[in-house]
Design a protein around this ligand. Sequence first.
Ligand SMILES: [Cu+2]
Length: 176
Amino acid sequence: MNPSHVLALALASALISPSALAHGAAHGHAPADVPHAPARSTSAPAEQQPWGIAGRAEQVTRVVDIRMNDRMRFAPDHLRVRQGETLRLRVHNDGQVLHELVIGTQAELRKHADLMKRFPEMDHDEPHMVHVAPGQTGELIWTFNRPGSFDFACLLPGHFEAGMVGRITVTPRKTQ
Ligand SMILES: [Cu+2]
């Protein structure tokens, strides 16, 4: 291959990748978003969130399938979890457009949805979210180590507002 072809290929991939990666790269949360987060230790890279912590495959205790569609709904739209369970969420996109599943508190998700509306090109990717292309299946492994009532939502502009939201109820571990 002659050098000009190599250059053309490099340019082409440089042009393609930003859009392909859009919505894929990381964006950080201000520490103020996570008031209960303990100090990070070097051996535990997973960040404790009020709604749980990233899980590992070997910790999975249950697999749950969730379907997303262009009517802006999740099915099921309510999960019941016992504190300490690690779920593998298999998230299927039955629609024709990109959808995502993001877990959080209601306040956190609302704030995040507002950001997405103001900055539609905003890249975001964290362990508590999965973006799924039409017809594809994505996965998310999450340990629900905090009891409470949390939500999951699709934060793509317009989807959250159309009601693409579900509920996760984490019942506390028995104390006796
Ligand atoms: Cu959506």
